[in-house]
Design a binder for this molecule. Structure first.
Ligand SMILES: O=C(O)CCC(=O)C(=O)O
Length: 337
């Protein structure tokens, strides 16, 4: 690519060839279903068993849900969105200091998905940050905008709390001990992708992010409050997850699919782009510690089918995921018994 980052200038001549998907892989924007929305679960509800039941139904049927009254202060969310927007508005020379297409780097600004591996690029720039423990990674984060480190650290702490709570609820919804999942995952890593999708000259020919599942355990996504773009695959059809002003979008990642012995699905999702407005999203990925042994929970293997997946460490899984392209089959298929 000539220009490394889309946020440093979009080609005037329309969508470059390197972003154009073959006909059969295009998003078919006119076929999108808007009327059905993924479940919205009120975590402020006093009846905990009702929350657990709703999580069970959402995870069985969608693999995605939204949460409101989640405990992360509104101001922390607004500050996070503002600083993310300001970051992508910085001058090119400032941003290029952080550019890297090496997925092993713990702080990097990049574009598309995996530029070295992929054949067709995606209409996205992203800032990828490791976030836990904060004292280890914050020193390497951007120091411009000046409030970046403080704002993002605060947001990370709040969202981490929510992640712990959600994994307890998910454990219970599977009939496991409340701390089962958190215990298996160990001292969890936390990564963030701050995604920036500029207006695109030909949104019907490309993606912000093509269909993928998340390789981690659980993802908490903060969507742009004004601009839609996230879609989830359900029963072979793509559903739009339109922004909800008070909600986070939560999805099951590959590790929870394995741990639940395939009961809960790490669902395919994608981000489409549009020609009018830039869109942002902020994904917080919770990851097992590298040496965590991921294995289907015993009580979930006792109803006839046995363990669907072999045991593996998260480090093994993560390396396999990043050695591939996003457009391939579900990475978990490679770990089936
Ligand atoms: O931008 C979105 O809505 C989706 C982002 C996403 O799937 C990701 O960062 O992995």
């Amino acid at each position: 690519m000539d220009t490394k980052l889309l946020s440093c200038g979009i080609p005037a001549s329309g969508l470059p060839e390197s972003y154009v998907r073959p006909e059969s892989e295009r998003p078919r924007l006119s076929e999108l279903l808007e009327y059905e929305n993924v479940p919205v679960i009120d975590l402020g509800c006093e009846d905990k068993s009702h929350i657990v039941q709703q999580i069970y139904v959402a995870c069985m049927n969608y693999g995605f849900f939204q949460v409101i009254n989640h405990g992360v202060p509104k101001e922390a969310v607004e500050r996070m969105l503002r600083v993310a927007r300001d970051f992508f508005g910085l001058p090119e020379e400032e941003k290029m200091k952080l550019y890297s297409d090496d997925p092993r780097k713990t702080t990097r600004l990049s574009t598309s998905f995996n530029v070295k591996k992929e054949k067709v690029h995606n209409w996205r720039d992203y800032l990828r940050l490791h976030c836990h423990p904060l004292h280890k990674y914050v020193p390497e984060w951007p120091s411009n905008p000046p409030s970046f480190k403080e704002t993002v650290s605060d947001y990370c702490v709040q969202v981490r709390e929510l992640g712990f709570r959600l994994r307890e609820l998910i454990s219970e919804s599977l009939g496991l001990q409340k701390d089962y999942i958190n215990n298996v995952l160990g001292e969890q890593g936390q990564h963030m992708a701050v995604n920036y999708y500029p207006p695109c000259p030909e949104p019907g020919l490309t993606y912000g992010l093509p269909a993928h599942t998340d390789p981690n355990a659980l993802t908490i996504l903060l969507q742009d409050l004004q601009v839609a773009g996230l879609q989830v695959l359900k029963d072979g059809k793509w559903l739009a997850v339109n922004p909800h002003p008070e909600a986070f979008v939560v999805n099951i990642g590959d590790q929870l699919q394995a741990l639940s012995n395939g009961r809960y699905k790490s669902v395919w999702h994608r981000a489409i782009v549009n020609s009018d407005k830039a869109r942002m999203s902020i994904a917080s990925f919770f990851c097992p510690q590298d040496h965590a042994l991921i294995s289907p929970a015993k009580p979930l293997t006792e109803e006839g089918c046995g363990a669907v997946y072999r045991d593996f460490t998260y480090a093994e899984y993560y390396d396999t995921f990043w050695s591939r392209n996003l457009d391939q089959e579900h990475c978990l298929e490679l770990f089936k018994n």
